[in-house]
Write a protein that binds this ligand. Structure first.
Ligand SMILES: Nc1ncnc2c1ncn2[C@@H]1O[C@H](COP(=O)(O)OP(=O)(O)OP(=O)(O)O)[C@@H](O)[C@H]1O
Ligand SMILES: [Mg+2]
Length: 335
């Protein structure tokens, strides 16, 4: 198997708030394979953005390792470290906050080109910026290049954010909720563009979203990792994860997706959770974090032992992994 382009090995990350340590990510193992479309899915606050920032080197882990092309990022120096930072680019969650309102689109996009020494003159910079704008379908380029962000629509601004991520010719783009702030019709065209970019520019896409329906429809040939309270609870190829979801949390997320056919929505499984309350990160329950809500809770097991990701024997798919002790041990479970 080829070396994954990025790997998280046992990565944890916490933040200090006063004297309290908030464990935001715990023991994450995650491979990002070359040219895949990997979706990180989960509810608000489960740690998706933090994972994206760690993958792109904007944040370091509190413990564990991040590997880029098989090399520990912490050991990269000089030119090698710069290459890692150039190669993995993030599109931030909020395109309003991330584009400087006092700079024109040309100046926003040419800044990283000059900083990384990718262009030598203003003429070269303008030509490259025009090329980037065309790559994200912001044409005619002349209508956009000298404008300020506030003069553009939300969808156009998001395309500028994507163009900025492309300035350094990255091999990986982490798109953090890159389409959630725009209207549905624009969302679809942005997503199609991201997918086309993967094929045309050979970039690996890590797509972060709280919307499992979006992941399901757009990453059909990719993989989905479902996160809950700072951990990955299930990961697999999209068809396997969405047609054979294993973890009760994944099943809850899937059952919440509305189907175009009302009959199918009506026949969806309804999962009765033991509790609707999501525990706070500062008061995490022992063992499996999902156990206070889980219909399969087994006393003395789920509240004592932290489940690791492992394949479920019944599925016969070693790449479909789930963090649930009763499931992995093959217990007879019903919802
Ligand atoms: N710099 C920070 N300092 C303190 N706490 C933080 C910091 N960054 C994130 N957190 C906390 O970590 C948790 C996870 O945050 P994160 O932004 O990664 O979640 P998310 O899954 O991206 O959520 P959303 O869907 O709302 O974007 C949240 O409880 C958040 O308040
Ligand atoms: Mg986020």
């Amino acid at each position: 198997m080829a070396t994954p382009v990025l790997q998280l090995e046992n990565v944890s990350r916490s933040f200090k708030k006063g004297r309290v340590e908030i464990p935001v990510l715990r023991d994450i193992d995650l491979d990002v394979n070359e040219l895949e479309f990997l979706c990180l899915v989960g509810e608000s606050g489960c740690g998706k953005t933090t994972t994206g920032k760690i993958l792109s080197g904007l944040l370091g882990p509190t413990s564990g390792r991040v590997l880029f092309e098989g090399q520990d990022v912490a050991s990269l120096k000089g030119e090698d470290y710069k290459r890692f930072r150039r190669s993995v680019q993030i599109i931030h969650q909020d395109p309003y906050a991330s584009l400087n309102p006092t700079h024109t689109i040309y100046s926003i996009l040419s800044f990283p080109l000059f900083r990384h020494g990718l262009v030598k003159s203003r003429q070269q910079a303008r030509a490259r910026v025009a090329e980037l704008l065309a790559q994200v379908d912001l044409t005619p380029v002349g209508d956009v290049i000298d404008k300020y962000p506030y003069e553009l629509s939300g969808g156009q601004r998001q395309r500028v954010s994507i163009a900025r991520a492309l300035t350094t010719d990255p091999s990986v783009i982490v798109a953090d909720e890159a389409v959630s702030m725009v209207d549905v019709s624009i969302r679809i065209s942005l997503l199609k563009m991201l997918m086309a970019m993967r094929d045309r520019l050979h970039v690996t896409i890590v797509f972060i979203t709280h919307d499992l329906a979006l992941a399901k429809y757009f990453a059909w040939d990719g993989r989905i990792a479902v996160m809950y309270l700072g951990r990955v609870v299930e990961i697999s190829q999209t068809p396997s994860l969405t047609t054979n979801p294993q973890h009760p949390y994944t099943r809850v997320l899937l059952s919440a997706i509305a189907e175009p056919d009302p009959d199918r929505t009506r026949h969806k499984e309804h999962i009765q959770l033991r509790s609707e309350d999501i525990p706070r990160l500062t008061e995490l329950p022992p063992g499996c974090s999902f156990h206070p809500r889980c219909p399969w809770f087994a006393k003395g097991l789920c509240d004592r032992h932290v489940p690791e990701l492992a394949p479920v024997a019944a599925l016969n798919n070693p790449e479909h992994e789930v963090a649930c002790i009763p499931l992995v041990e093959g217990a007879e479970l019903e919802l």
